[in-house]
Design a binder for this molecule. Sequence first.
Ligand code: FEO
Ligand code: CA
Ligand code: CA
Ligand code: CA
Length: 684
Amino acid sequence: MTTTDGRISLPLLPPNHPLGRSSITCEYRCGNACSHEAPNTTDNAYFGDVVRSIVSRRGMLKAGAVLAVAGAGVAGMAGTAAAHPDHGGHGGRPPRGPKGLDFTAVAPNREDRITTPEGYHNSVVIRWGDPVLPGAPAFDFDKQTAAAQAKQFGFNNDFCGLVPFGHDRWLMVSNHEYTTESAMFKGFSQANPTEEQVKIGWAAHGLSVVVVERDRRSGKLLPKLDRRYNRRITVTSEFQVDGPAAGSQYLRTTADPSGRKVFGTLNNCAGGVTPWGTILSGEENFNQYFANAGSVTEPVAKARLSRYGLAGAASTRKWENFDPRFDVAKEPNEVNRFGWIVEVDPLEPGSKPVKHTALGRFKHEGATIQIARNGKVVAYLGDDERFDYIYKFVSKERYRPGDRAHNKKLLAEGTLYVAQFTGDSPATEFDGTGKLPTDGEFDGSGKWIPLASGDKSFVDGFTAEEVYVFTRLAADKVGATKMDRPEDIQPNPVNGRIYAALTNNTDRGKPGKEGPTEINPRNGNKHGHILEWAESKGDHTALTFSWKLLLVCGDPTTTDTYFGGYDKTQVSPISCPDNVAFDRHGNLWISTDGNALGSNDGLFVVPVEGRYRGYLKQFLTVPLGAETCGPVIEDDFILVSVQHPGELDGASADNPLTHWPDGGTAQPRPAVAVIWKSGCRIGE
Ligand code: FEO
Ligand code: CA
Ligand code: CA
Ligand code: CA
């Protein structure tokens, strides 16, 4: 059924996989993380439940009174708005709609192209194999070489960031999260990849830095073959390790007895642009690249590997066949050199990228920076795994405007915290169905629990070095809150609150797993939710905060969804939020990964203030099998990463199921796309 503004009922088609992702994506992107036991097997309880059981045992206090302690920011958070959007018809002047949302929502669909609202255009900026460095050969799918790939745009671009670089000119930095060899090589044998195929895979990972220019006449964003600034970073590029765990015994290897020099970065997912013009990038599912963790029997080492999802024999890509550092049995510490936030300075092309140990080691989704009122720098960090945690880092030193050399050291020293969330409604009101509690909000308070600061550990039984290198195990000890896969986290530059995408967790409520809580209220959470919090007194270095769920995603016609209190008949369906960004009005933009409602993935926008809070509209969809990520929201154009187009069950280089972006019989190619409207700002 199609509604008047083009939205249609869901589901459209049965998804390919329980979460709308193809089995190929699961295998190559995260090493089938979802089909394995979630690595967090600790029994640290949800703090709301802990407090409530103490309260009921003592019979002294009402839970609400206890739980409101940290709630100073709640009153400052936007109220819900049940007001209906007025689409005219009152006979007079049409009332003003929400700023930046003046477009007709795109309908969910399964089209093999980018679909946008009427009046918008899109084009490819750069795609896998396009030249980045001078001398790069033209892409030839059937004659790929590692040497060529090292000069070309890598595979499966995820995060995309723009660093201003002159008028209508930017340094565009893209993460190349992972490779899908079966889509890259015809006749590919996963059991026996060739050495050249493996080396192409190494060169197709990492990051690309590309100068891009806006052509005002056409609206397109065009890549430039800039000799000085264009750059490729791959699995063999040298990184420097900084922070309190640099040189740690756990980071030393045969090739690097110093523990300070790492080759390469892996599975770079989301990221952020810092106020000093560098790029932060999260090393996420790094575990899948390492073989033979299952051969480790020493209990402490085994537990440390297992908590990071390392347990098996051969790896998916068999890199261990060509470089022993990817074999845990041969080089046990190499794996500890991944799982960090890395910082790349695109403005200094010769600079060595850095791995920041002060920000902890886990499956980092990304990192985004907020400068606190006192000048300290705060990084918000998510660990993307079922039942894993949200972290923040507060720098020791203060930001100095214009002093890049100083600012680039800010992430080397500070305090690392993990979040503990408490609900304010009785636990009995959460039965896993997603039903709203009687106070009408999924909300509560929370605190930041310190893990380590410089050389000082706050976790019993852990040295500071162990907190940084085995952060997940340290956080387990202090009662961190188990979340439904924390993805991108971003502070809103307009209202100062922080927004996190919790993409899904189909294990919630399963036997032996944590059940529903106010902050993760649905069992078998297929569609995910969006969390919003306000640091106490608006101080980003605060140790307490208040929180609300802004969205509980899914089909708005079902009772288990929530759209900020907004009229659900007016909103677009959304599933599996992943990346978040903001426009100049402070509207939240959300891209999705793995739509479990059957539509292609897309990009959405939702106001977070006033009467339109929760009025979610879909802005675009990406082609079949692709995920939308890396959104960059500029005033007059948007960039999206179209990651893994055509990655559908049964697809391969021998049987491509889509041909985006080149059409005809071409192989699909991951790409960055630009969307714009001639003569208009986005959403106006
Ligand atoms: Fe690579 Fe958490 O998404
Ligand atoms: Ca509540
Ligand atoms: Ca992501
Ligand atoms: Ca993703």
